[in-house]
Design a protein around this ligand. Structure first.
Ligand SMILES: *Cc1c(COP(=O)(O)O)cnc(C)c1O
Length: 395
């Protein structure tokens, strides 16, 4: 019971254990791929965000190795002191072309892009109008800004209009923020309606494309491109950590916005630049996406194939419109049991429970990738069928 025993932390951990929500991290003992070794067992991996199989792609590995030989391992400083290597600028130029925007600024992750961009754009006297299911990094970015935050019901356009009407006369800048694709249900934000409302009431729009970068748009440019709205959405956030297969985040938009974040985006100013090998591998990933739609086509084909199989078996896959396909199990214990039994049958699909999703909507979430084969998916569907019947989710 000494001062340094941190007993108050132990008490909190015990509370997690009592509530049944204490967990051990699963351990990946091979590269992230369609089949991976997890906790000592080779299984079909349905839980990565490695949508296009780029995380372990030979061309990215090669680009990373070459960059290490040329540039070394670390950038040596924050971008604003002397960590700004020409390869970082090359990546930003490449992304700006790819996204059809004036300019791009790269952050260390999607999380820090939100944590830097939101407080960089809005301040005291401004208001953020935020979808209630927005990602944690958006919520934290909002908290770091001094703006007021109001929330609207998830993708409910009537409620969005109601909220806008409540705040529209009281603030200077009004910023609507939404995920492009929502990570728990795989539904796409109603951007055409959001943009209509935003323009009607003089609001700016901010879309976080973490789960749409490399997924939506003709070559994976994201949700704005998917809807043909690239020039009517003011701020597009992308991640380099999911479909792009490496790590990093970025803000895409007007040149003045990007220049401003270069001066005031705090993680950009106060946290070291990405290793050059990371920038090089990201450049190679964008090259691959620009050359052909082979990987995105394969991913969509696989995702549709697997979703159809799950639906034919009688599973509830919610309102998914993307490769994110939840299998709704109901209560928390059932979702945990589904995931545990699937693992025994050779399939890794992580369960997601309250408070990450609403009570009664616990699920396992699957993400099918371009790297899976039809045999992988058939085998995974058989495991779902077997376990689903066993625990009474399907007949
Ligand atoms: C995953 C995710 C992020 C974080 O991206 P990282 O590059 O992994 O930090 C941000 N926003 C949303 C909506 C996400 O799903």
């Amino acid at each position: 019971m000494g001062l340094h025993d941190l007993d108050f932390i132990t008490k909190r951990l015990d509370e997690l254990k009592e509530q049944g929500v204490y967990r051990q991290l699963p351990v990946l003992q091979s590269p992230s791929g369609p089949r991976s070794v997890i906790n000592g067992k080779e299984v079909i991996n349905l839980s990565s965000n490695n949508y296009l199989g780029l995380a372990n792609h030979p061309r990215l590995r090669e680009a990373g190795k070459k960059a290490i030989d040329k540039w070394g391992m670390g950038a040596g400083a924050v971008r604003t002191i002397i960590g700004n290597m020409s390869i970082h600028e090359e990546l930003e130029e490449k992304l700006a072309k790819f996204k059809h925007v004036e300019a791009v600024i790269v952050f260390q992750s999607g999380f820090t892009a939100n944590a830097g961009a939101i407080p960089g754009i809005v301040d005291k006297g401004d208001v953020i109008i935020s979808d209630e299911l927005n990602h944690a990094s958006i919520i934290d970015g909002c908290r770091l800004s001094k703006a007021d935050v109001v929330r609207y019901k998830h993708s409910d356009m009537e409620d969005l209009e109601r909220v806008i009407n409540e705040v529209k006369d009281n603030y200077s800048t009004k910023l609507i923020i939404t995920d492009g694709v929502f990570s728990m249900d795989g539904d796409i934000a109603k951007l055409p309606e959001i943009v209509e409302l935003a323009e009607k009431y003089g609001c700016l729009t901010y879309v976080d494309d973490a789960h749409s970068s490399g997924v939506l748009g003709s070559s994976g440019q994201g949700s704005a491109h998917h809807f043909g709205l690239s020039d009517r959405i003011d701020v597009q956030i992308g991640t380099l950590s999911k479909a792009i297969g490496v790590v990093g985040g970025y803000v895409a938009g007007r040149r003045n916005l990007i220049e401003w974040l270069n001066h005031r985006g705090r993680p950009f100013l106060f946290s070291t630049a990405a290793p050059p090998a990371v920038a090089a591998a990201c450049i190679e990933a964008i090259n691959i996406l620009s050359e052909s739609t082979e990987l995105t086509d394969k991913m969509w084909d696989n995702a549709n194939y697997f979703k159809k199989k799950l639906n034919e078996l009688g599973f509830n896959t919610g309102k998914s419109e993307t490769p994110i396909t939840p299998v709704i199990a109901g209560d928390d214990r059932k979702a945990v049991e589904l995931s545990r039994r699937l693992f025994e049958e050779g399939v890794f699909a992580q369960s997601i429970v309250f408070p990450t999703v609403a009570k009664g909507a616990a699920r396992v979430r699957t993400i099918v990738t371009a790297a899976h084969t039809k045999e992988d998916l058939d085998e995974a569907a058989s495991a779902f069928a077997k376990v689903g019947r066993e625990i009474g989710l399907i007949k």
